[in-house]
Ligand binder design. Structure first.
Ligand code: SIN
Ligand code: CO
Length: 377
């Protein structure tokens, strides 16, 4: 993608301009971001997903006596009638389950994959919505079907209502209001208050992003470091030839504290190890994701390959990361595998240039269902 070229998806801004002016900073309303947009899933197909065990879904009902929230899956009969106003079903991770939704999500790859979370689809009857709230993450809200009235505000008071099963702002102060039609899109930065009410039946697609918290990253990386620690730090034994006789035998020797601290410092000193653990963490598939092994299919190298839509693949200067695993790669292999990660596809000519070792990896990934030989067109 040439990030300097204007995109109608971004209302004529280039990805460079959008990231500089709006991303993480201020909202953007884009009329006809996708002209003549047609929903990619029918209501029945979406409800079919909401009925599945491995799909994360929620039902929010607005009633005079207050809000109710239920977690899926939802058999058809468990949902309120479609003619009842004021309810909504939200289905997470539809990009993992549907190829056309996955392709739509690909249009947002001017943002690093490491920041992508998932594409959620909500269906609402008239007046349905999840109430005034804020999200911790950036979001693009694409209107897919029907109309929705969005009211938004950049308020500082993020106090939530007490005793409600959802995150509802106690004092919502909208500053702007827009009615979105199919194909229109609203970008909101994190913590921006918003409330979307369905006007008649409506479907909204939310392209959501994730941003790790410092504490969570420290916990994950330190857990990974703990496993590698003996190799990284070595087996040196604490020695204390200068230990004087003590009168307080219970006191931990300062030299032992320094020895422990230096052992931990050593474990942290290998920057490549931390980067490697980070890449593995970022590419870890979500818990509900599984791959179908493809051992029956004969591979016929060289042929073009495409990543499975559920595969998370990234890279850094020294490693290739795929679905929670890391591989050291250098030279031409590294260059080609980085291309596979960026384009999610590698053509047959490029595959032919891989070393036998790299081809073996590709074969294993195809067997695991992480990628597929491209169907001839
Ligand atoms: C919705 O689609 O109803 C909610 C999306 C959001 O506010 O983040
Ligand atoms: Co929201």
């Amino acid at each position: 993608m040439d990030t300097s070229q204007p995109l109608s998806l971004l209302g004529g801004l280039s990805p460079d301009q959008f990231m500089k002016r709006h991303w993480h900073k201020k909202p953007l309303l884009i009329r006809q971001a996708i002209p003549d947009f047609q929903p990619l899933l029918s209501r029945a197909e979406l409800m079919g997903l909401a009925a599945q065990e491995e799909v994360e879904s929620r039902l929010v009902v607005r009633q005079p006596q207050g809000w109710t929230l239920k977690q899926g899956p939802f058999a058809k009969k468990a949902l309120p009638p479609f003619k009842q106003a004021g309810w909504t079903v939200l289905v997470q991770g539809v990009d993992l389950h549907d190829e056309s939704v996955h392709q739509l999500a690909q249009q947002f790859r001017f943002v690093p994959d490491a920041r992508m979370d998932d594409l959620m689809i909500s269906y609402a009857t008239d007046g349905g919505g999840v109430g005034p709230h804020f999200d911790s993450y950036d979001v693009f809200l694409l209107q897919a079907q029907g109309q929705r009235r969005w009211r938004i505000g950049r308020q500082k008071d993020l106090t939530l209502e007490d005793g409600v099963p959802l995150k509802i702002l106690a004092h919502f102060e909208p500053e702007q209001e827009f009615i979105l039609n199919p194909g229109d899109m609203l970008y909101l930065p994190p913590l921006y208050a918003h409330d979307g009410d369905a006007i008649g039946e409506c479907m909204t697609y939310s392209m959501g992003f994730r941003a790790p918290r410092a504490g969570e990253l420290a916990r994950e990386l330190l857990a990974g470091l703990a496993e590698e620690a003996v190799d990284a730090v070595g087996d040196q034994v604490y020695r204390d030839p200068r230990q004087p006789a003590v009168t307080q035998a219970g006191a931990v020797p300062a030299a032992l504290q320094a020895f422990a601290s230096s052992a931990v410092q050593k474990a942290l000193q290998d920057p490549q190890l931390l980067d490697c653990l980070l890449g593995e963490y970022l590419t870890e598939p979500k818990p509900q994701v599984w791959f179908e092994a493809q051992t029956e299919r004969a591979l016929n190298w060289p042929q073009a390959v495409v990543l499975d839509r559920r595969t998370r693949m990234m890279h850094d200067a020294h490693h290739i990361f795929i679905n929670g695993e890391s591989f050291k790669a250098g030279g031409r292999d590294a260059q080609l595998l980085r291309r596979l990660s960026d384009d999610r596809r590698l053509d047959a000519l490029a595959v032919a240039r891989l070393t036998p070792e790299a081809l073996e990896l590709l074969s294993a990934w195809c067997d695991d269902g992480w990628m597929h030989p491209e169907e001839p067109v």
